[in-house]
Design a protein around this ligand. Sequence first.
Ligand code: ADP
Ligand code: MG
Length: 317
Amino acid sequence: MPEFELIERIRARASTRSDVALGIGDDGALLDPPPGMQLVAVVDTLVSGIHFPAGTQAADIGWKALAVNLSDLAAMGAEPAWALLSLTLPRDDKPWLDRFLDGFLELADRHRVALVGGDTTRGPLAVSVQLVGFVPRGQALLRSGARPGDRIWVTGTLGDAAAGLDMWPQRVRSRPEMRPLFERLHRPQPRVEAGIALRGHAHAAIDISDGLLADLGHVCRASAVGAEVYASHLPSSSALAGLPVSRRQAWQLTGGDDYELLFALPVDVDAGPLMPDALAVTEIGHIVAEPGVRVLDAEGRGMRIDRTGYRHFEGPK
Ligand code: ADP
Ligand code: MG
């Protein structure tokens, strides 16, 4: 594969930043971290058929490969800066690469992320992005600080991406009101500004990638606490709101790929005024001392949930 031609195509379009002393082209990138900041490094891989369904547009793959990493930085309260892109492509397909870059670079430019290097190889389609960001020393949001009595909040709406994935095979016949679900599946909006705004306020934070219950479970284990979630409070998009409640709640509680932030705030702090651009935020439960995550119905009775989200190597539970 004429790898250098592909790399040159990427280099010609990638934007840079003043803290990139040396970007694409040498054996490594030279980067100037700002004083007083800790670096936050994340990496996530998307594999064809596992992380995106067959028929996904190249531009959407490019967007999502960066978005899932931006979402991890958001959950740490970090400001993104530098990305590395590892591309494994079945063949030398320049039009595909151009469309991939359309999505990747659109999102990179929105968040002032510079693409500073990567790797290009031939094989089954897979995209891995490494992203580095900054957080003022000691101010990163962790999973581990939630305390009994804290209120649990989520940004945006839940369940749309999982619903979109379930309906993807029937997308051609789906009603127009359902289209936004596919948009949510393929173009997640990482909550970077919200994560930054939560520094100094949230006791704990995580991004919802595996599903609400699975990710809240991670916070609870890391914090050695438990949680109660009110099923009737789960925020729904207008596309989901009209669907039968049992299906809707299954997507909202156990479906993955939402990339919203979940965080714990002290009881006397209202998340609403903290959010940038009037981003919607909803209180969905509270932290308790007893371990485990329980879901309560509108009458306050415990509900049984049959899946705890998608787990790699185990398959859906
Ligand atoms: P090496 O063999 O030294 O790793 P490569 O040919 O892999 O060299 O890379 C040459 C340059 O191009 C490096 O700066 C590398 O970071 C960059 N690069 C390679 N692939 C990509 C990619 N997919 N995206 C961005 N930069 C890339
Ligand atoms: Mg290389």
